[in-house]
Ligand binder design. Structure first.
Ligand SMILES: [Zn+2]
Length: 177
């Protein structure tokens, strides 16, 4: 179930996603970690600090020690479903979140089958007992920083078709760019 501050924190995550250096081979994603009592603990975005492989959730978690007790019961807001399969690093963001003590994950956009065949972040996190919420009302805003990928979304493959539809709705939201 969404909570009152979910929109506020997802807003902050979307803001971070706009800071990502664009890449033709990866999404622009923002993530914010919020403690159980509602304070902002850490945040991150894709390719932060010139690390062209770092993911938003990974970047946020890397700013905290692995045993940081404030992670217990915390929520991570991510504009995109946390990855479950990853080529660039040994541990997926799903694995990092599961290891962190975070108990709730809120996402705006399920990962389309573009760079990996089938992202199962949502399912794996829920199966592990975390509370996972999706905010579909934010999908367009989460997709908008990924407009540089539009040529990939429009590649005509059957898998990309649903992604094309959602991306177009995102483009409508920020047509001034
Ligand atoms: Zn990831």
């Amino acid at each position: 179930m969404p909570e009152p501050d979910d929109e506020r924190w997802m807003d902050a995550a979307v803001e971070l996603a706009w800071r990502c250096p664009p890449s033709d081979s990866a999404y622009s994603v923002g993530a914010v970690i919020v403690t159980a009592d509602g304070s902002r603990l850490a945040d991150g975005y894709s390719r932060e600090d010139d690390d062209d492989r770092v993911h938003a959730e990974e970047s946020a978690l890397s700013k905290l020690g692995p045993d940081d007790s404030r992670l217990r019961g915390a929520t991570i807001y991510s504009t995109l479903e946390p990855c479950s399969v990853r080529k660039s690093r040994p541990r997926s963001c799903t694995q990092l979140i599961l290891a962190s003590g975070i108990s709730r994950v809120v996402l705006a956009w399920r990962e389309p089958s573009l760079f990996v065949a089938d992202c199962q972040g949502y399912e794996l996190l829920a199966q592990a007992g975390l509370a996972v919420s999706e905010l579909p009302g934010f999908a367009g805003r989460a997709q908008a920083p990924n407009r540089h990928l539009a040529f990939l979304f429009q590649s005509g493959t059957a898998r990309a078709q649903s992604a094309t539809i959602v991306t177009n709705s995102g483009l409508r939201g920020r047509s001034s760019y």
